[in-house]
Design a protein around this ligand. Structure first.
Ligand SMILES: CC(C)(COP(=O)(O)OP(=O)(O)OC[C@H]1O[C@@H](n2cnc3c(N)ncnc32)[C@H](O)[C@@H]1OP(=O)(O)O)[C@@H](O)C(=O)NCCC(=O)NCCS
Length: 160
C-alpha cells in the first residue's frame, strides 16, 4: 500500500495481534497474477480493546441513543486498495465481502476528518454504503488528527 517500510515494521505486531482477536475476518483482492492489490479486515469489538475504550470515552455522557453503538459490533479496522488499483469499485467490493454474513448487527469504523477539503474516496465510499455519524472530530489518544467514527446496521443494502 506504499506505506514507508518503517510503518509496516512498526504496525506488524499490531496487525498480528488483531488477527488473533475473536471474530477476526479478512478479505483480500488479488490481480490475475496473484498479487495482492487490496485488503480489508476487522474483528468483534469489545471492552478492554484500545479502540473500544477510546470510542467509549468519546461517547460518554451522550445518552442511550448513541451508547447502543458499542454493543455487539464488528470493528472495520483496515481497508486499503493499492493506489494504482483505486477508483474501480474494489474498495466497495472488499467492504461488502468482509461484512457479508457478519454475525454482528452493526459495524463501526474510524476515518480521518476531511476538514475544509472535499470528502475523499473513503468518505464517499462510506456514505454511499450508508454509514452514519457516531462521533465527529474525535481525538484518539496519541494522534493529533481529528477522526470521525461512523457506523451502520448490518447487513448492508444491496449494491445499486
Ligand atoms: C478508501 C479506498 C479503500 C477505496 O477504494 P476504491 O477501490 O478506490 O473505492 P471504491 O470501491 O469506492 O471505488 C472508487 C470509485 O469507483 C467507482 N466504481 C464503483 N464500481 C465501479 C466499477 N464497477 N467500475 C468502475 N468504477 C466503479 C465508484 O463509484 C467510486 O467512485 P468515487 O471514488 O469517485 O466516488 C481506497 O481509496 C484506499 O485504499 N485509500 C487509502 C486508504 C484509506 O483511506 N483507507 C480507508 C481508511 S478509513
Amino acid at each position: 500500500m506504499r506505506y514507508p517500510t518503517s510503518t509496516a515494521r512498526h504496525r506488524r505486531t499490531l496487525w498480528l495481534d488483531h488477527s488473533r482477536r475473536p471474530g477476526w475476518r479478512g478479505a483480500a483482492w488479488l490481480d490475475s497474477a496473484g498479487t495482492l492489490i487490496g485488503i480489508a479486515y476487522g474483528y468483534t469489538g469489545g471492552p478492554g480493546q484500545w479502540w473500544f475504550e477510546e470510542v467509549r470515552r468519546g461517547l460518554a455522557g451522550r445518552g442511550p441513543d448513541v451508547q447502543f453503538w458499542l454493543q455487539d459490533y464488528f470493528e472495520l479496522t483496515e481497508l486499503h486498495v493499492r493506489p494504482d488499483a483505486q477508483g474501480h469499485g474494489l474498495g466497495e467490493g472488499l467492504l461488502r465481502t468482509l461484512l457479508d454474513g457478519s454475525p454482528q448487527p452493526r459495524v463501526l469504523l474510524s476515518t480521518p476528518e476531511y476538514g475544509t477539503q472535499p470528502p475523499g474516496r473513503a468518505w464517499r465510499l462510506y456514505r454511499r454504503t450508508g454509514f452514519r455519524d457516531v462521533l465527529r472530530n474525535h481525538r484518539f489518544t496519541g494522534d493529533s488528527r481529528p477522526f470521525a467514527v461512523l457506523g451502520r446496521e448490518l447487513p448492508l443494502a444491496p449494491a445499486q
